[in-house]
Design a protein around this ligand. Structure first.
Ligand code: SF4
Length: 345
C-alpha cells in the first residue's frame, strides 16, 4: 500500500500563488513523504519550506498563525482531507490517499456481519474513495448498506476522532457499523458515539476486529473520571491553543457552572495537554480541558481526573442533581472551529 499526497495540487498552488515561503505540517505517518516533497519544492522553486515540528494529530492542528511568524505566505496542511479546501488566511488542505483495497477483508467480514441486516459504513480521510466499492460489495452479499450525509466539514461517511456527525443520525437505522481502515482510534470513537456494535475492517493486518471491549474500557474510565472529579473543590479549566480547538465559549460555560456549584476555578491555556504540562499545578484536584476530547477519553496516564467537554457536561448534570446519562453518545464531542469560519480575504 502507498499513501499518496496530492502533489499536483501542491505544485498548482505554488505556480498560482508564487509564495516567498511555505509552512508545512503533516501527521507523523506522512512526515517522510512530506519531507521528500519539501526538498523537491525547494530545489525547483528556490523558496524555503518550514516543517512545523509541533504535534499534528488532526485537522485541528492547522498552522495558519505560523505563516506570518515565519515570513511566509502559504501553508500546506497535509493528510486531513475535508470539505473546506482553504482555512484561515493562508492554509490549503492537501489530500493524502491510501491505495489499499478492501475487497479481501470485506469478503472475510461477511460471516461476522451475518447476524445483522442493516450496516452503516464509515471511514477516515485516507480511504474515502473505498466507500463506494465497499457498499456495492456488501450489498451484493445481501446487506442493506447506509452511508452518512456530507456536511460543511466532513465528506459522506467520513469521521474524525471527535466528530461523528455524518453517521450519528443513521445510528437508529442500522444494526452495526463497519469501519474501513486500520485505525482503532477512529473505530472506537464510532462505537462510543453511536452506542452501536462497530467492527474495524483492517486491510493491513487482514483482520475484522470488534470494538466492543476497547469501547467499554474507555466508557467506564470516562464515567469513573466524572465521579472522581465530583469530589474535587479546585478545578483547572484548560483551554487548548490549537487553531481548530478554540473553545472559549465552552471554557466560559463550564467555568461558570463549576463556580455556581461552589468550586474554585483556575484558568489555564496550553497547546498540548499532557501529564508533564499539568504536573506543576499540585493544588488543582481535577481538570476540565476544552481541547481534544481524546486526550481525556484515551488518556490513561494522568494522575488526576482530566475531563473532556462531554464528561464536563456529565459532571455538571451530577452537580445539579440530574442523571449522568450516556454522555458520549452524541454527534460531536467538540465543535471543531477549523474550517467553519474562513477569515475574509
Ligand atoms: S480535536 Fe478532534 S480532530 Fe483534533 S486531534 Fe482531537 S480528535 Fe482529532
Amino acid at each position: 500500500m502507498t499513501v499518496r499526497i496530492d502533489e499536483e495540487k501542491v505544485f498548482r498552488l505554488i505556480n498560482e500563488k508564487k509564495p516567498r515561503g511555505i509552512v508545512v505540517n503533516a501527521p507523523g505517518g506522512l512526515i517522510r513523504q512530506t519531507r521528500n516533497l519539501m526538498e523537491r519544492i525547494e530545489a525547483q522553486y528556490g523558496i524555503p519550506c518550514y516543517l512545523i515540528g509541533d504535534s499534528c494529530f488532526g485537522i485541528c492542528d492547522t498552522v495558519d498563525d505560523e505563516v506570518t511568524k515565519l515570513d511566509a505566505d502559504l501553508a500546506l496542511h497535509i493528510g486531513h482531507n475535508a470539505v473546506p479546501e482553504e482555512i484561515g488566511e493562508f492554509t490549503h488542505l492537501i489530500d493524502a490517499k491510501d491505495d489499499i483495497k478492501f475487497d479481501a477483508i470485506i469478503d472475510r467480514s461477511i460471516e461476522v456481519f451475518r447476524p445483522y441486516r442493516r450496516l452503516g459504513l464509515a471511514t477516515f480521510s485516507q480511504h474515502l474513495d473505498e466507500l463506494g466499492p465497499a457498499k456495492r460489495q456488501l450489498e451484493a452479499a445481501g446487506f442493506e448498506v447506509h452511508l452518512g450525509r456530507e456536511n460543511n466539514l466532513l465528506f459522506q461517511s467520513q469521521t474524525f476522532g471527535c466528530d461523528f456527525s455524518t453517521i450519528y443520525p443513521m445510528s437508529k437505522e442500522v444494526d452495526a457499523f463497519c469501519y474501513l481502515g486500520g485505525s482503532e482510534f477512529h473505530a472506537v470513537g464510532v462505537a462510543l458515539a453511536t452506542g452501536k456494535p462497530t467492527y474495524l475492517l483492517d486491510p493491513y493486518l487482514e483482520e475484522v476486529r470488534d470494538m466492543k471491549e476497547e469501547a467499554e474500557i474507555r466508557r467506564k474510565r470516562s464515567i469513573l473520571g466524572v465521579y472522581k472529579a465530583l469530589d474535587a473543590r479546585v478545578f483547572g479549566v484548560v483551554t487548548g491553543l490549537k487553531e481548530g480547538q478554540k473553545m472559549l465559549g465552552r471554557t466560559k460555560w463550564i467555568s461558570k457552572r463549576l463556580e455556581m456549584n461552589g468550586r474554585k476555578v483556575v484558568q489555564l491555556a496550553m497547546r498540548d495537554v499532557t501529564p508533564a504540562n499539568l504536573a506543576p499545578y499540585r493544588d488543582i484536584e481535577a481538570f476540565v480541558q476544552t481541547a481534544c476530547p481524546r486526550i481525556s477519553i484515551d488518556g490513561f496516564t494522568f494522575d488526576r481526573p482530566v475531563l473532556s467537554i462531554p464528561q464536563a457536561d456529565a459532571l455538571v448534570r451530577l452537580m445539579e442533581g440530574r442523571e449522568i446519562g450516556e454522555f458520549l453518545e452524541r454527534p460531536k464531542w467538540i465543535e471543531l472551529t477549523t474550517g467553519l469560519i474562513p477569515k475574509s480575504r
